[in-house]
Ligand binder design. Structure first.
Ligand SMILES: *Cc1c(COP(=O)(O)O)cnc(C)c1O
Length: 371
């Protein structure tokens, strides 16, 4: 069996995004023991870089050793206990997964639903908070990758805080791509993913807990149902002063990669990265409109890093995506759930958010559609 050599692709789907050569080079550096002092000081830098990306001073800010879905599960299993009530907003596929997490803990989700393609409606959330004052937390997805809609995290968190509720925020696609201010917005528990706007390979989930969230974890009545994701144990590994307790073997080289991608983000500047995502979205929008292609999401709530567009009438979904991939080496995303066959999802995340990517996908789409 020969070695595997993947083809070159331009990754313009819902993630993973293209990984920069400097991040791939970091992956190839020699593996260290995960308790080696050199590795431990890299971990300290990594936590500092993550705090910079999340705009937080939270002590408990670490990458979970597993993809974004594990970050989601870590937030729920550590903060929610059997019998708790959680207000869960669902305006796409990922809000549905939050509900599933709450149910499996033996807690009660109170659903606030909005149509796929719409942001979470703050008025409905306010009503749900007033009707369920006993709820422990409000959970929502900041950037719904399944639909391309951005919700107003700042307002939603302010409402939850005013009623003494914790907030659990999915920032898998938002981190690095759109403004996100964990401390200013009073977010209690937030998780992201390495493979979207951070442009690192998939497999890590940056997570941050506020002091309130850490107190909630410490005051639990029941042990966390997941041993692997129990942050009180994970903290002993990531935070132990000097003597770090072995919990699991960290994915050493992946953490080098995350360190490198966050260093690149730091060099560019967070606000510059947000501005770049916005500018490339506008460039794509202009070109798509010239091709007669419409967006699913109302303008004010569009995610620059995930453009959900309606498949033009009379055009078949799968053959177009197949030709883009096979003839042009470009991956775009299909619709998920109720949007399957109705939309394409064109991601411009991290390294993939460049004028060159936009021009390539527009030229290819124009040819494939014969426009
Ligand atoms: C991709 C994504 C996830 C899941 O992340 P994985 O790394 O695929 O587990 C969760 N939420 C949102 C909004 C996402 O875009």
């Amino acid at each position: 069996m020969p070695s595997f050599h993947p083809p070159e692709r331009l990754l313009l789907g819902p993630g993973p995004s293209n990984v920069a050569p400097r991040v791939l080079a970091a992956l190839a550096r020699p593996t260290l023991g995960h308790l080696d002092p050199a590795f431990v000081s890299m971990m300290d830098e990594l936590k500092e870089l993550l705090r910079g990306a999340f705009l937080t001073k939270n002590a408990l800010t670490v990458p979970v050793s597993a993809p974004g879905s594990a970050g989601m599960e870590a937030c729920f299993v550590n903060l929610i206990e059997p019998g708790d009530t959680v207000i869960v907003c669902k305006n796409g596929v990922f809000g549905g997964r939050m509900r599933e997490n709450v149910l499996r803990i033996g807690a009660t989700p109170v659903m606030v639903e909005d149509d796929f393609g719409q942001p979470v409606d703050p008025a409905k959330v306010e009503a749900a908070i007033l009707a369920n004052p006993q709820a422990k937390a409000l959970a929502f997805v900041h950037a719904e990758t399944s639909t391309g809609a951005l919700s107003d995290a700042e307002s939603l968190c302010a409402m939850a805080r005013a009623h003494g509720m914790l907030t659990i925020v999915d920032a898998v696609t938002s981190l690095g791509g759109v403004p996100l201010r964990v401390d200013d917005w009073g977010i209690d528990a937030i998780y992201s993913g390495s493979q979207k706007c951070l442009s690192c390979p998939p497999g890590l989930s940056p997570l941050s807990f506020s002091a309130r969230a850490v107190e909630t974890l410490k005051a639990r009545k029941h042990p966390v149902q997941s041993w692997f994701l129990d942050l009180s144990l994970v903290m002993g590994y990531w935070e132990g002063a000097g003597a770090r307790a072995y919990h699991h073997t960290a994915p050493v080289n992946m953490l080098y990669a995350l360190h490198e991608s966050l260093t690149a983000l730091h060099e560019e500047g967070l606000e510059a990265a947000w501005a770049r995502h916005a500018a490339n979205h506008q460039r794509l929008r202009t070109g798509l409109e010239a091709l007669g292609i419409e967006f699913l999401v109302p303008e004010a709530a569009r995610l620059p890093q995930l453009n959900a567009v309606r498949i033009p009438t009379g055009v078949e979904d799968a053959p177009v995506r197949k030709r883009l991939l096979e003839q042009y080496g470009i991956e775009i995303g299909a619709g998920l759930g109720p949007l399957a066959g109705k939309v394409w999802r064109i991601g411009l995340m991290g390294t993939s958010s460049s004028p060159e990517s936009v021009d390539r996908v527009l030229a290819a789409l124009g040819e494939v559609l014969g426009r």
